[in-house]
Every structure is written in structure tokens, then in C-alpha cells.
Ligand binder design. Structure first.
Ligand SMILES: Cc1cc2nc3c(=O)[nH]c(=O)nc-3n(C[C@H](O)[C@H](O)[C@H](O)COP(=O)(O)OP(=O)(O)OC[C@H]3O[C@@H](n4cnc5c(N)ncnc54)[C@H](O)[C@@H]3O)c2cc1C
Length: 421
């Protein structure tokens, strides 16, 4: 039987970063797909450059940006100050909604402000509002107006679940919190800074970051089209779709519930729930709206929750969109019917006029957003600890069953390799 010191599962950003940072060269990277990149792949079609939904890079750590950019010498990379909006009753208002309620019609502004005041001011609410889940947190911190006009419908479309089932911190630092003072102050001087106020993007698409990491990994140590099927935790033997492999330690970026199943430890599948996202990449014959990077749609009658404009990054001359549609994990996806609804919706909101669709592509990301609940956090921490005692480490957005960015994936992989020595 072949053996390897470190067996890495998944050649997305997490698995590649693990291989790139590992000081010991005795490793093998297994990828079930025929290409590396995971969700950071890029599709080039009819002159359009598309990702598996827009994958933008929000670097907080200079050294990670430098590490990647220095390995992309041939790429033109733009850093863009993002312009993002919410379409609300036919008007575009600045994102985040909660800090821009002064852009609403006067009656709705008053409604939001009064609800916010009574939710937030000490002693103003009859008793402190409960915050034991995501939905309650939205009501307690922002009041009914803001919650019901944007935060609830938008997030329900995205997560495709009841928000009361999610933990109150399900979005972690990605949720744009704002208190009453921030909201009032923003009415005079706009400060819509958020974790993604600027983003970097290479001309060749997100996959250029994948290639930068992969330049540190020997291609002979990547096994494509090979799937991890099961793990014998006792004997430290992994069975793949091709062979049996003895490992000393196994690092997995596969979705955590699937890793548990492979290791025979999936005790209660109901702990793990998630949404899937159908992404349409759409290329049109000419330019559409300019000076906008993405738009959020809380309107429940529209099938999509967010769209983004690739063409406004490098100012190219044909509208190039990604459109995101959330589904429950077991939802049926009828791509053709949804494309028709999507195009009708884009016309309804005025993004598409008499444009011709000249190229399109779709992909279903499954899982896309995991549902972070009290149970999932508790069980993840417990089972991750148990697996580590057996030499199995789990990381990444899906291995960590979390909400994170690509930079977080690289940082986590670097920290794990330091721990592994
Ligand atoms: C809609 C959407 C938009 C996003 N936009 C952004 C953004 O703009 N900016 C940002 O920073 N982040 C964004 N993200 C997050 C980003 O996609 C992830 O953080 C990142 O791609 C996760 O990388 P990963 O390597 O952890 O996982 P993945 O990319 O999922 O890679 C895991 C790899 O493991 C492989 N694998 C799984 N099971 C097995 C098995 N049994 N055997 C072998 N191989 C296996 C898979 O094929 C895959 O290649 C977005 C996510 C979504 C869903």
C-alpha cells in the first residue's frame, strides 16, 4: 500500500494553501474534480471572464496579498472601491440598508427610525428584546422597519431557510452592524465602510489566485479526478476512488458532514444544513448600468437576491453579470425555467433593456452558505477535536462549516501548517 505523511483533501484555496505552506514535502493533494480551484474557478467564454459567482478579494493582511500578487507577474490587478446598492421599491439606495434609511421615502424613514429607537434605547422597549437567534437579533438591534424591509427578506432569499433557525452570529464579521449613533451620523456624513469596502480582482479572473498558490505546489503531487471515499481512523488508511493510501495525518477541506460520513462519524445528519446557490453568468451585446459593482434585491417576487457587474471592474464594453439565486439544499433546480425568470426579472428592474443575451453559463454551488446554528457550532467543535486526536484536521469554508473569505482560508491553512510543523 502507498503511504504519504500528509494527505490533503481538496484542491480549492484551502487545500492548495496547505500544500503551499507545508514545510514537509511528503504530501499528496487529492481532488475529485478534473481541475484545481474549488469554488475559485474561472470560466472564459465568448470573450467574457466569469467566476463561479463573483469572487473578489478583500485583503486585510498585506503579506497575504503580497504573497499572492508576487506570483501573478503577468496579471493586471485592479483594486476597486466598491459601489454597492440595494434596489428598494424601484430606487437604488446605498448599502448597507440599515445605515442609509435616510434615502428612503420620508414616511418609511420615520417608520424605521421610530422602530429602531424603541428597539435600541435602554428602557424604551417594554423589556430587552430577545436575541437568541439571527431573526431575533435583527429585530432587537434594528427594529421591525429595517428588519422587515430589507434584512429579513434579503437574508431569507439568500439562506433559503427560516432565519430563526440560525445562530445570532451566523454571519460573524460579515454582518454590517450599526448602532443608533452610527445610523444617525451616517445621515449627514456617509461612512458605509465595511469589510469589503475595496476589492482586488485580476484581469484573468479569480482562478489567477488559484494559480498563484499552485505555483508553490508540484503538479506531480496533485491527484486530480480522485475522490476520498472513506477513512479508517484506527489504521489511518484512506480509501479513494482509485486506491488505498496510508497517511500519518489527513487535512480535509471537504464539507464537514461529508468528511464525517467518510470517517463513519456522521451521527446525526440533521445537524448539518445549508443552502445551495444557482449562479448565472450572463454576457450581453452591449454595456448596461455603469459605476455599480453589485446590487442586492430584497423583493421576494424576484428570484435572485444579488447581481454583480464584471464589466464595471475593467470597464469593458459589454454587460457581463453574475446573478445569484438561493435554494434549500433539497430544492429542485430547473436551470432553463430559472434563466427565463431571471431575464424577466432583470428587465423588470431595468438592468436589461433591449440588450441581447449573447453568452451564458450556469453553475450550482452546493453547499454555498452553510447554516450556522447553535447545534452545528457545538457539534463541529466537539467532532473536530475528536478527529484531530486521530490525526484528521479539517479546514476551509466547508470543512470549518463557517462563513469566511478566501483570505481567511489562506490564513487558516498557514496557521495549520505551522501547528503541524
Ligand atoms: C456565492 C459565493 C460567493 C462568494 N464570494 C466570495 C468573494 O467574493 N470573496 C471571497 O473572499 N470569498 C467568497 N466566497 C467564499 C469562497 O468561495 C470560499 O471561501 C473558498 O472558495 C473556499 O475554498 P475551500 O478550498 O475552503 O473550499 P472549496 O473551494 O469548496 O474547495 C474544496 C475542494 O475539495 C474538493 N473535494 C470535496 N470533497 C472531496 C472528496 N471527497 N475527495 C476529493 N476532493 C474533494 C472539491 O472538489 C473542491 O475542489 C464566496 C462563496 C460563495 C458560495
Amino acid at each position: 500500500m502507498e503511504s504519504v505523511r500528509t494527505l490533503i483533501i481538496g484542491a480549492g484555496m484551502s487545500g492548495l494553501a496547505t500544500a503551499a505552506f507545508l514545510r514537509d514535502s511528503d504530501y499528496l493533494l487529492l481532488e475529485r474534480d478534473s481541475e484545481i480551484g474549488g469554488y475559485c474557478k474561472t470560466v472564459k467564454q465568448d470573450g467574457f471572464v466569469w467566476d463561479y459567482s463573483g469572487h473578489f478579494f478583500h485583503f486585510k493582511h498585506r503579506e497575504i496579498a503580497d504573497f499572492l500578487h508576487s506570483r501573478m507577474p503577468a496579471q493586471s490587478i485592479r483594486t476597486v472601491e466598491k459601489r454597492s446598492f440595494i434596489e428598494y421599491r424601484g430606487e437604488l439606495i446605498d448599502f448597507p440598508f440599515q445605515k442609509n434609511i435616510h434615502q428612503l421615502p420620508k414616511e418609511e424613514l420615520v417608520e424605521c427610525l421610530v422602530d429602531l429607537y424603541f428597539a435600541r434605547m435602554p428602557g424604551a422597549a417594554a423589556s430587552p428584546l430577545p436575541e437568541s437567534n439571527f431573526e431575533e437579533m435583527l429585530y432587537a438591534r434594528f427594529g421591525r422597519g429595517i428588519a422587515e424591509k430589507f434584512l429579513i427578506p434579503y437574508n431569507e432569499k439568500l439562506y433559503a431557510c427560516k432565519l430563526s433557525s440560525l445562530d445570532k452570529d451566523a454571519m460573524g464579521r460579515f454582518f454590517p452592524h450599526a448602532d443608533l449613533t452610527d445610523i444617525i451620523r451616517n445621515m449627514r456624513t456617509a461612512d458605509n465602510a465595511s469589510y469589503n469596502a475595496t476589492f482586488s480582482y485580476p484581469e484573468g479572473g479569480a482562478v489567477e489566485y488559484v494559480k498563484a498558490l499552485a505555483s508553490e505546489v508540484k503538479s506531480s503531487q496533485i491527484a486530480l479526478d480522485e475522490r476520498l471515499e472513506s477513512i479508517d481512523l484506527e489504521s489511518k488508511v484512506a480509501t479513494t476512488s482509485r486506491r488505498k493510501l496510508r497517511y500519518e495525518r489527513l487535512v480535509s477541506s471537504a464539507p464537514f458532514n461529508r468528511l464525517l460520513a467518510a470517517a463513519g462519524k456522521l451521527e446525526d445528519p440533521s445537524v448539518w444544513s445549508w443552502n445551495k446557490v444557482l449562479v448565472f453568468n450572463l454576457g450581453f451585446d452591449r454595456k448596461g448600468p455603469e459605476r455599480v459593482n453589485w446590487i442586492y434585491y430584497p423583493d421576494r417576487s424576484l428570484c435572485f437576491y444579488r447581481i454583480g457587474f464584471y464589466d464595471n471592474i475593467f470597464d469593458t464594453d459589454r454587460m457581463s453579470l453574475y446573478v445569484e439565486i438561493g435554494y434549500p439544499a433539497d430544492g429542485e433546480v430547473d436551470v432553463d425555467a430559472m434563466l427565463v425568470r431571471t431575464l424577466e426579472g432583470l428587465k423588470q428592474v431595468g438592468v436589461v433593456g433591449d440588450h441581447q443575451l449573447v453568452s451564458h453559463h450556469s453553475i450550482v454551488l452546493d453547499p454555498a452558505y452553510v447554516h450556522i446554528t447553535q447545534r452545528s457550532m457545538r457539534e463541529h467543535a466537539r467532532l473536530k477535536g475528536e478527529l484531530e486526536q486521530r490525526g484528521v484536521y479539517t479546514l476551509g469554508r466547508y470543512g470549518g462549516w463557517t462563513y469566511c473569505s478566501i483570505e481567511d482560508n489562506v490564513l487558516e491553512a498557514r496557521a495549520l501548517t505551522e501547528r503541524l510543523g
